[in-house]
Design a protein around this ligand. Structure first.
Ligand SMILES: CC(C)(COP(=O)(O)OP(=O)(O)OC[C@H]1O[C@@H](n2cnc3c(N)ncnc32)[C@H](O)[C@@H]1OP(=O)(O)O)[C@@H](O)C(=O)NCCC(=O)NCCS
Length: 175
């Protein structure tokens, strides 16, 4: 089958509706699309880190990184990867991988040093994510340990860092 390249670029206002749609379709519910809208309206939103995957001129996937704090004895700024979505008919074609790889490069380019996530334990380790609990990080909610992961974008970024992930308000309001 002939394939066309996937382009990853920052969202524009014209993408808001299709971003809602891809999140609803991929997650089979409205929570994640509401989360994206709430993060976009909240403090600290980073427009360069809300990225869409475009294939043949159409948005087929989305990924969002939001600023968080790791609060222990000190406060460390970091990013949370959430949510990420690809339309079901476009899944398993490498689009999610392209979104994560390009997204992490953008995070690094913008000077961010740590990314945490709660997600599929078979998918994210291929990008270098490791269990975050073993690194001294905790979540403000219950989750199986294997789904809570962290990635150092700069070597040694986790040195001396421990504590609980503090999500922005938008994350508390999702149902
Ligand atoms: C997860 C998701 C974004 C991946 O996008 P994608 O374009 O299908 O990803 P790729 O084609 O690059 O990679 C596919 C890999 O992801 C894995 N994957 C997809 N969904 C998965 C799931 N629910 N659990 C575990 N692994 C999953 C596939 O098994 C495949 O692994 P393989 O390469 O070892 O065969 C997409 O499947 C999706 O939108 N899922 C529904 C929403 C979701 O779960 N989002 C992520 C929350 S952490």
């Amino acid at each position: 089958m002939e394939t066309t390249p996937v382009i990853i670029r920052p969202e524009t206002k014209a993408d808001y509706e299709v971003i809602r749609k891809v999140n609803k379709k991929a997650f089979k519910g409205k929570s994640e699309s509401k989360l994206v809208d709430a993060v976009r309206e909240g403090d600290g939103f980073i427009p360069e880190l809300s990225l869409v995957a475009v294939k043949d001129g159409a948005v087929v996937g989305h990924i969002l990184f939001s600023p968080i704090i790791i609060k222990g004895e000190t406060e460390t700024p970091a990013l949370a990867l959430a949510p990420m979505s690809v339309f079901p008919e476009f899944q398993n074609q490498g689009i999610g991988t392209a979104l994560v790889k390009h997204g992490l490069e953008e995070c690094r380019r913008l000077g961010h040093k740590l990314v945490v996530l709660v997600g599929h334990e078979e998918f994210y380790p291929r990008f270098g994510f490791v269990p975050a609990g073993a690194k001294g990080l905790t979540l403000p909610f219950e989750a199986p340990p294997e789904v809570f992961m962290v990635l150092e974008l700069a070597p040694g970024a986790l040195n001396g860092v421990a504590g609980e992930v503090v999500y922005p308000r938008a994350f508390h309001d999702i149902d």
